[in-house]
Design a protein around this ligand. Sequence first.
Ligand code: ATP
Ligand code: MG
Ligand code: MG
Length: 430
Amino acid sequence: SYRKGGYHAVRVGDQFAGGRYIAQRKLGWGQFSTVWLAYDTRTSEYVALKIQKSAAQFAQAALHEIEILSAIANGDPSNSSCIVRLIDHFKHTGPNGQHVCMVLEFLGDSLLRLIRHNRYKGLGLNKVREICKCILIGLDYLHRELGIIHTDLKLENILLFSTIDPTKDPVRSGLAPILEKPEGNPNGGNTMNIIEKKLKRRARRVAAKISERKASMGGVVVEGAEKSQKNLDGIDARCKVVDFGSACCADKQFAEEIQTRQYRAPEVVLRAGYSFSVDIWSFACTAFELATGDMMFAPKGGQDFSEDEDHLALMMELLGKMPRKVAIGGAQSKDYFDRHGDLKRIRRLKFWPLDRLLVEKYNFSEKDAGEFAEFLCPLLDFAPEKRPTAQQCLQHPWLNLRNSTEDEMKNEANLGNVNVGMSNLEIKMG
Ligand code: ATP
Ligand code: MG
Ligand code: MG
């Protein structure tokens, strides 16, 4: 991908926008871009620099993302809407072509990494509530003030605030990317082989620094499941929604197939048209995943049925039968449903309602399960127009419930523990 039309290769210390931004280390990458931590010499702050691939379709996608992010930033000068802020944008010419670059506020780990750190065990409900509030504030702002649908809400696209000062943290200040596994990392592979020895020495130094830090923190560090002891009380659970590459204005939709499979709403599967309420569906899937560590729906195609059909069956097993009017209302409906509104190829459904699932599979107390299901079920109404808006969700009493510390500890014991504020690297090296 580091060729004409592809990614721009960046080295630590590279300058951008006439020297204003200086690259520090790679934060992440996606289909469209690599994202670097950069130092803004004008404001003396750290920023995230998203450098798009250079081919025309990527440049166009970046300009679209910039348009949406500018609308978001202009409508929210106080930057309080729980959505990532665009600070600047410019073009950068390199050996692979001209790259559109976005300068974004620097954020921390995604919720997906948070759940991974926790070995896919889910978080305590008080934390889930805090995170849900943030996401809903973001969605309410997008939907009501700007008329924008995100269309790709999921754990990966929600980032926590960074609690780390990149200047002070030895792991985070430039060594981490070198120690990442090389596979799939568009920058990591070759470096790894060429200067392996040097890196091993460096890794030993980092390990020494980490154990120093462990000692200074009273030894509270994740070292495998049996020793993980810290709960989430220490983290700032504020978070922000990111990745507006596929967002659209409700009145200017261009894609029929939107959303990542597991978070896709039934009306999108059935091609029945969509609106803001597709984000509410994905939000509900995200909230479930935060609380349980499992995806709400993980459809798979089989010999006699497609992934779409399995997805529809899973939805009905959890939420009950789809009303006939909804089932037969999409351009794809005829492929999957007969005229009675029954699935053509998956005839026997095993119903397992959400509140029972939470109790029987995830060890929720009856009370927690009942309350959580009562919050989530309306958001998963098969009829999109019946789903509450983000604004209405924000009024729901569940968001302001508070489990006692004792209940929360019981939950976390059932679900497992997490230690945040420690990087992935430390967990690996622990
Ligand atoms: P995708 O294939 O998901 O559309 P993309 O090329 O559009 O990818 P993003 O998803 O925007 O890129 O960013 C890629 C990764 O970079 C993110 O998953 C995240 O790890 C990191 N990242 C993005 N924005 C920020 C930010 N503001 N602060 C810190 N890290 C970020
Ligand atoms: Mg992304
Ligand atoms: Mg994207």
